[in-house]
Write a protein that binds this ligand. Sequence first.
Ligand SMILES: [Zn+2]
Length: 124
Amino acid sequence: MEVSGDFARLVLEQASSAHPAARMARELGLLGNYGTLGIFFLMSQSGEVFIDEDDGKLRPAHADEHEFAHVQAARRYPELRHLMPDRPLSASTCQLCAGSAEAATGDGRNRFCCPACNTRGWTI
Ligand SMILES: [Zn+2]
């Protein structure tokens, strides 16, 4: 799925972080769209997703990682909203996150990306 003509602008405007993954993204013309402890998601203009596990090497994303990166891009960049997977008519709102894409620990103090729906907000 082609990302859009806005992709080059988004790459240029992405945070000018000094982190190696951000620098790699800029040098390769990729868009860094999500990062957490030891894993960074980078996307090409053609919609391919690559993973940097904080070792400076890129590997192709697995299917669930690919979907996660597209959902994060759609949530973060209005220009990329079309990357959000279509919700099937038979889907249900995620019971863990109630559709918010974020789940919380039992005491509610820590929030994290919902693993039950891969942050889509719905499950099949
Ligand atoms: Zn969920």
